[in-house]
Write a protein that binds this ligand. Sequence first.
Ligand code: ZN
Ligand code: ZN
Length: 141
Amino acid sequence: MLRGSCLCQGVAFEIHGKVIDLLYCHCSMCRKAQGSAFRARGKVLASEFRWVRGEERVRYYESSPGQQRSFCSVCGSSLITRFTDKPKVLGLALGVLDDDPVDRPLCHVHVASKAPWHEITDDLPQFETLPGGPLPPSAAA
Ligand SMILES: [Zn+2]
Ligand SMILES: [Zn+2]
């Protein structure tokens, strides 16, 4: 079981399973949503995710059609992303995890949109957009 929480600790959640498809997304939406050089993210099964407290503090912002990014309405921490066309999967901002997801990010995506002031210094594969053709909504979180 993995635990996560927001900055103010008002919102907490549990994942009764694994985080999969970990990566770093450098797209401009993720940069703005995180206020950072990139978003470290993964995916979890909706059936394995549950709010432990503070669900009433969670707000959703539809950053693109069918994609709702959630955040704590008190402290602004990024939390999960919901996908209208893939309700069984949730995106997860790795930074709010309190436990180690064990797996590690495997690549950088949307490197073409990378912040000019940020330099990628690891040896992970880099993709201009997303590998494998058109953008699957679950990968754009
Ligand atoms: Zn909070
Ligand atoms: Zn992104």
